[in-house]
Design a binder for this molecule. Sequence first.
Ligand SMILES: *Cc1c(COP(=O)(O)O)cnc(C)c1O
Length: 219
Amino acid sequence: MTDTDTTDIAKRRDAVLAELSAASETPPTLVAVTKTQPDEAIDAILATGQRVFGENRVQEAKARWADRRSDWPDLELHLIGPLQTNKADEAVALFDMIETVDRPKLVHALAKAMEKAGRRLPVLIQVNTGEEPQKAGIAPQDLPSLLQEAREAGLDVRGLMCIPPADEPAGPHFALLAKLAREAGLSVLSMGMSGDYVTAARFGSTHVRVGTALFGARS
Ligand SMILES: *Cc1c(COP(=O)(O)O)cnc(C)c1O
């Protein structure tokens, strides 16, 4: 990576933050999605002051962040990809928030892992707002029962997360997620990616997960 790329990352981040500020009086937190990014890109974005990061795989996140944690004690790492129950212990040890709780089995695996580790992380429930069969997330109509199960298991559920269908306008999905959160008394809304973070901010997003718009296209 050249110096120009490093400057580009800082400029792109400034541009994203400015757009988020223009879109909302309470702009969402920018979660920089670093999956597949090389060390140079990670170091460049850390140099801008960015401290909140999203990763979608446990092993990859560990390789990228486990050592950096000691140099950057104020890092905040979010798991934004599907979690297998057999990786719950590792995920609880590494991450600061799990955004992708979407089934009873995972609720119980995480509750057990957190108890074992003595570390109670905030979590989000992922909702499959488009009810796409291939996509992770709980169906909207099943959210109340999963939420109840998660709370009874002792999970600290803070809010909801969604990834709208790629081929539909995102706005209605963001509106639905906001409505579901309101009904459930939840305040955190993780919604908005590179193509739609401004729309998401207008619909009340509290966390946008942005990769490409910061780093350029993933290889
Ligand atoms: C990769 C990813 C993102 C970031 O996507 P971009 O379009 O590159 O901004 C956001 N959320 C999730 C769950 C992802 O897997």
